[in-house]
Design a protein around this ligand. Structure first.
Ligand code: APR
Length: 260
């Protein structure tokens, strides 16, 4: 494993433009549940006998806001009850050292921002859990934590129902995030590193395919397999928390020897 980590570190050290794609596996090391695979949120059905994807869908928020908010609140409490881990911090440190390093995250926990990743180089393709906004008048509302203390679904002063700016199932991706992603993909990335994602969506596989076409470097950090495991140059079969901090120390070590 050390050899794989050193090879990934060398490739990232050389790269100018780096895209780090992250998924639920990165926050699994903070104690949050993943969606698929062992213990995944999507494996079971809800208490109402629904697939979780139905309960957390746009149509359900419209049809039965109390039910949808029951599961949004569960996600919200889990995210508020944990915090970013050293792997999030290592990614933020890499972004500080590499101005061309971007993060494309599917996570809605807000941990990249909390760990210090620059928001202007962070693409939150599935949105975020806060700030809430009113579906009727558009007013933004107080912190999610406050609303989770009150009866659900949370309501605006105007009487409208509040919602988080997340992408629920059967909803479109945020236009600005998609535009930013494809603008940056158009400039090309020398290296793409996927961390803790099953790569279940085409817009997550696409950056890997494009980097390969441009002769760039691709790698994955995931103890399991994913849709991109057969595509990447290197696959560190390990947890993000066990790899990313040491990856950074290898890069900083190289930086010193390169200038020595
Ligand atoms: N470190 C790295 N990877 C891990 C770890 C860990 N500690 N623990 C689990 N994994 C891997 C799993 O092997 C799996 O491949 O993380 C991946 C998590 O996959 P998913 O649960 O499918 O999460 P993700 O890829 O982020 O899902 C994408 O699906 O429904 C949507 O909105 C949801 O954002 C989510 C998206």
């Amino acid at each position: 494993m050390q050899d794989t980590i050193e090879r990934i570190a060398r490739a990232l050290q050389r790269a100018e433009r780096i895209l780090i794609i992250t998924g639920a596996g990165l926050s699994a090391d903070s104690g949050l549940p993943t969606y698929r695979g062992l213990g995944g949120l999507y494996n079971g059905r809800t208490a109402e006998g629904l697939p979780i994807e139905a309960a957390l869908s746009g149509p359900m928020l419209g049809r039965d806001p109390a039910l949808c908010w029951k599961y949004l609140a569960e996600l919200g409490r889990a995210c508020l009850g944990a915090r970013p881990n050293a792997a999030h911090e290592a990614i933020a440190e890499l972004q500080r050292r590499k101005p061309g390093c971007w993060v494309l995250t599917q996570n809605i926990d807000g941990y990249h921002r909390a760990a210090g990743s620059p928001p202007e180089r962070l693409i939150e393709i599935h949105g975020r859990l806060e700030p809430l906004y009113c579906q009727s008048c558009g007013a933004r509302s107080a912190e999610l934590a406050e609303h989770l203390q009150r009866p659900l679904p949370p309501r605006c002063a105007c009487g409208g129902i509040l919602r988080p700016p997340v992408v629920l199932f059967e909803e479109m991706l945020p236009e600005r995030a998609v535009a930013t992603l494809y603008e940056e993909l158009g400039k090309g990335f020398d290296a793409v590193l996927a961390v803790g994602t099953s790569a279940s969506f085409p817009y997550i596989v696409e950056p890997i395919l494009r980097a390969r076409r441009l002769g760039g470097f691709t790698a994955e950090i995931n103890p399991g397999s994913s849709e991109i495991s057969g595509l990447v140059d290197l696959h560190a079969r390990a947890r993000a928390l066990d790899v990313l901090p040491s990856l950074l120390s290898h890069i900083s070590g190289m930086a010193i020897c390169n200038t020595g």
